[in-house]
Design a protein around this ligand. Sequence first.
Ligand code: NAP
Ligand code: 2RA
Length: 371
Amino acid sequence: MRLKESSSPASAAASPAPRTAAGKAKPAAAQAPVVAIVGATGAVGVELMRCLDVRKFPLRGLKLLASARSAGKTLPFKGEELVVEELAEESFEGVDLALFSAGASVSRQYAPVAVGEGAVVVDNSSAFRMDPAVPLVIPEINAGEIARHKGVIANPNCSAIVAITPLWPVHQRNRIRRLSVATYQAASGGGAAAMDELVQSTRAYIDGRDYEPRVLPHPYAFNLFSHNTAIDPETGYNGEETKVMNETRKIFGDPDMRIGATCVRVPVLRAHSVAVTFECERPIAPAEVRELMRHAPGVRLVDDPERNRFPMPREASGQDDILVGRIRRDLSDPSGRSIALFSAGDQLLKGAALNAVQIAERVLALGPARA
Ligand code: NAP
Ligand code: 2RA
């Protein structure tokens, strides 16, 4: 089974759909796909496996791929130990769906190979996100984009997903014309090694031992710092901030939206938080936003001023939903058009693995293009 014919960038020619003995293409539901996870040993890769399992994603086979460092290791899946293979050009033979989470350079090199073998690629890296030919998808917002894929579908930046998934119902009702985002990003956003660095450096700090940072650029224990991506000298914004701003406009399909972002790494193990302020075209009340959040897909309202209980990364960890609260008027805007709120979301799940599997489920529902 091949899920969709492909022809381009992230895009070589697709293999023909397998034929039955009678020479007819197999019907969409006849065969579950063979899925490959590229970066299976990483923080996102492990969650991809869990999401496939928990969501009962139909599988004919699961191939785990990583670097040479991990070749031969095993990872548990549905009670079995699956062997990790080294990623190579031949890895995608017979693969229908490839979930990439091994960094942008790996995606740039191997996603076209996978597409050339006839697989559909859902890519967690930033490699293809801003390519106009590649859909950039948060299913709660723009699932319809998936159908126009040419072999690759991009998963957005995790901070962007946590920040904007809850805003979509607001934007639909009363266009958000200006958005300001400040992130509080967890160690898990830097991968498994950054999580380990947070734990080890905190332990060293408490024990009074020196700790030389290996993964992140600054001491992490009891500290926070500007996001570890490079600053664009022209704009003064770092790579993460630039992704949040550009990707939001693409996902919302609103190139004129005015957006500013400040992205910060905080000593939280898992789940990103975001302080958001937005200005709508018309006045909007906190109660109206609260009501929209109550019904927003992928969102859970946690907004209890009496108990001072609002979204927290520890409560968001392991949760599919993005938690939203602290919904209040932005008093710096007397026009009544602006709202401030605070969100926390597990960026390994909704910010990466879960979003990718949700996309894959929709790819599957589209069926083989040539059936
Ligand atoms: P990670 O924990 O560092 O894992 C990286 C994975 O990529 C590992 O499985 C690693 O294999 C594999 N890998 C590295 N170089 C490779 C190579 N040359 N060939 C094959 N495999 C290779 O990183 P992560 O946090 O899971 O992130 C992975 C990707 O997802 C990145 O593109 C990241 O930007 C994106 N992403 C991450 C998050 C997040 O919250 N962490 C959110 C959204 C998107 P070995 O174990 O063998 O080294
Ligand atoms: C971070 N956006 O938190 C990334 C995750 N890939 O740094």
